[in-house]
Design a protein around this ligand. Structure first.
Ligand code: NI
Length: 251
């Protein structure tokens, strides 16, 4: 069930049997000369929506598509929240979903730069309950799509060299599988992009002139992307089921 494509009575009814919701979360940021700006929110959305198609008992929230991307702001089209804004927005998403009765909220993330801020938000949310010695009305989980069991291994097997850190061939391939009419090509120079630290936007642009870090996205293809999606979907369904069924001691 996709919340955005449902009517409220359907969600109301579903909450009688399901207390778990998946929130795809990512970023709108440059992904090199050929990668779509939406890559980091599209990948978790593509996987979550395919999983929902395979098993309608999965409840998927609208995609949280703007994240922590200050380091990409020297490239046109990038939209970023500062960490404090991102934390405030995640807090309100959790509070809204919790208010209706969702008790287990699973964030499927597509952007490494979001991880620290999402985890800090979880700690802020839990702290409110810890200080007053009460149980929070929700359990929160963060999973990067590439960390779903078996997915990272598959990506490394398909792309043994030039996978890199940003604008990776695996994430580009996943978007190519979903949006084959949006595939772009370029002459990458150098073929494998440089690597280095991530700091502010001007430093990033100086170190990584075309936006890639350590990657050769020219290896991507829709077929490879479909293999990754096909591995991620059952892994997500299993991971969410385990989260939904986890017994909480003392409750
Ligand atoms: Ni990315």
């Amino acid at each position: 069930m996709l919340i955005a494509y449902s009517a409220w009575p359907e969600i109301d009814a579903r909450l009688k049997t399901t207390k778990t919701v998946v929130v795809p979360i990512g970023s709108n940021e440059q992904h090199g000369p050929t990668g779509l700006l939406g890559t980091d929110w599209m990948c978790p959305e593509i996987i979550a929506h395919a999983a929902e198609k395979a098993d309608d008992s999965l409840v998927v929230a609208p995609t949280f598509n703007i994240g922590m991307a200050q380091h990409h702001l020297a490239f046109a089209g990038t939209i970023s929240l500062r960490p404090s804004t991102f934390m405030a927005a995640i807090t309100d998403w959790v509070s809204s979903l919790s208010r209706h009765g969702f008790e287990r909220i699973y964030f499927l993330n597509g952007h490494g730069g979001n991880v620290a801020t999402i985890e800090a938000t979880f700690s802020e949310l839990y702290a409110e309950w810890s200080f007053v010695e009460e149980e929070p009305p929700y359990v929160l989980k963060l999973r990067n799509w590439w960390d779903l069991p078996g997915v990272n291994g598959l990506c490394n097997a398909i792309f043994p060299t030039g996978h890199g850190m940003h604008a990776t061939p695996s994430e580009i391939a996943v978007t190519q599988a979903a949006y084959p009419d949006r595939i772009k090509s370029a002459e990458y120079s150098p073929k494998i992009a440089p690597s280095g630290p991530i700091r502010d936007a001007l430093d990033y642009r100086a170190r990584f002139p075309d936006g890639r870090i350590g990657s050769d996205p020219g290896q991507a293809s829709p077929e490879k992307g479909q293999r990754i999606i096909d591995a991620a979907v059952p892994a997500l369904l299993k991971d969410v089921a385990a989260f939904a069924d986890e017994v909480l001691p003392g409750r």
